[in-house]
Design a protein around this ligand. Structure first.
Ligand SMILES: *Cc1c(COP(=O)(O)O)cnc(C)c1O
Length: 411
């Protein structure tokens, strides 16, 4: 998409607004599938939590993707978007047995990452096959909060507990149809990924009825110039060969599954916001935009970097700015950023705004959540309306305090 096309969308749909480029999503999907073209049965399950708009889900469905879900509501969204239950895998953490049973009732694939739940589920529903999430204890992940493979992680069943899993399976007569790992977001190193995969293969040998091995995700995408990104092509070459060998050894053509979120949608997204005011202080120049961490929380929450570009003045002289939001507490999008000269009213574009941006937006400060637009085949499609005051107040219930007052008066 060009900067002019983005600017036109901000003018037509208002600000702030999220814009997603369908072509980029399709490009990433095709990159991944071609990297693994030598694997006979490949399944990409898009991680819905990254960006859960129903039109994005439908787009991925049209490309042949399945979905990875972490809540019953995501399962329901997936079904509403047209995915069949067998194209959906439910990979929750810390949810109730009841929620897992509800998902199973809808017919989706179940992934369990807790021995207690595994035992209870297997006892009650031995006829429902389940996948188990293994924690291989391999460190990956760029941020302590999204690194999920370490020994004290709440995710997965430890590889040291395999004997316990086997005992539960034997006692309940349940079937394990898949082995899964998700070692955390932001895997830099292919060798680390391959090392973790070996642990998964070793584990897989202990289960005789597998249909698939799910290698999770954590693929890294560049957020700024010079960032390292996962070399998907090289990973594809190496892991495909190893996987095919393993299938021979196992004696069955298994399915190789992945569940990327960020990799598929991060770079497709642009967040557009207008500059309300430029404010000089003794130490910096602030550009204050008509948004805040209520709409894009990653910089404040994870310390993430999003490139910021002034699309209203792309040729302007570069100056240093601190870009901040309107939330009534520290709300910084970027410090000391070199940006083409900003005037009040200019539209700034935040890059990599596809994954974990709108899906983490809130109504904090009682602000409306932004509109979302999908750029598809050279046309802008509104895929979510901007909220209105109706949305802010609709579930709030007012207590009538006047009654109490009257009683007090009588007394
Ligand atoms: C969040 C999540 C993903 C997606 O991770 P990305 O870093 O966005 O690719 C995949 N699998 C599970 C189980 C997850 O929780």
């Amino acid at each position: 998409m060009t900067e002019n096309q983005l600017l036109k969308i901000a003018q037509d749909f208002g600000s702030p607004v999220y814009v997603y480029d369908a072509e980029k999503i399709e490009g990433q999907y095709n990159r991944l599938t071609s990297a693994f073209k030598n694997v006979k049965n490949l399944k990409i399950n898009y991680a819905v939590k990254a960006l859960s708009n129903i039109s994005i889900l439908k787009l991925l469905h049209s490309l042949g993707s399945g979905i990875d879900t972490v809540s019953l509501q995501e399962v329901q969204l997936g079904l509403a978007a047209g995915f069949s239950p067998d194209q959906i895998i439910f990979t929750p953490n810390g949810v109730s047995l009841h929620e897992i049973e509800q998902a199973a009732k809808l017919g989706v694939k179940i992934n369990i990452d807790n021995l207690s739940i595994l035992e209870q589920f297997g006892t009650k529903h031995p006829e429902v096959p389940v996948c188990i999430r293994i924690n291989p204890h391999v460190m990956a992940g760029g941020n302590a909060n999204i690194s999920v493979g370490h020994i004290d992680s709440k995710f997965g069943i430890s590889i040291h507990q395999i004997p316990h899993i086997l005992r539960i399976v034997e006692n309940t007569k349940m079937t394990i149809n898949g082995i899964h790992m998700h070692t955390g977001s932001d895997i830099l190193d292919i060798e680390v990924f391959l090392y973790a995969s070996e642990i998964l293969f070793e584990t897989a040998k202990q289960f005789k009825n597998l249909d698939f091995i799910d290698f999770g995700s954590g693929f890294k995408v560049p957020y700024k110039a010079g960032d390292i990104e996962t070399n998907i092509e090289e990973l594809g070459k190496k892991l495909s060969a190893r996987f095919n060998d393993f299938c021979k050894e196992y004696g069955k053509e298994l399915t190789l599954a992945f569940e990327p979120g960020k990799f598929l949608v991060s770079e497709s997204g642009s967040f557009l916001a207008q500059v309300n005011a430029v404010k000089q202080t003794t130490s910096t120049v602030f550009a204050q935009i008509d948004s805040g961490f209520n709409h894009l929380i990653r910089p404040m929450f994870y310390g993430s970097h999003h490139d910021i570009v002034n699309i209203s003045n792309p040729k302007g002289r570069e100056r240093f700015y601190t870009v901040v939001g309107y939330i009534c507490e520290t709300d910084t999008f970027g410090n000391n950023r070199r940006i083409n000269e900003i005037s009040e009213g200019d539209v700034l574009c935040f890059k990599n705004a596809g994954a974990y941006c709108f899906s983490m937006a809130s109504n904090y400060n009682s602000r409306f959540r932004p509109a979302e637009v999908l750029w598809y085949k050279n046309k802008a499609h509104l895929i979510r309306k901007r909220e209105t005051f109706e949305d802010i107040i609709k579930n709030q219930v007012e207590v009538d305090f006047s009654i109490k007052k009257e009683k007090q008066l009588v007394k």
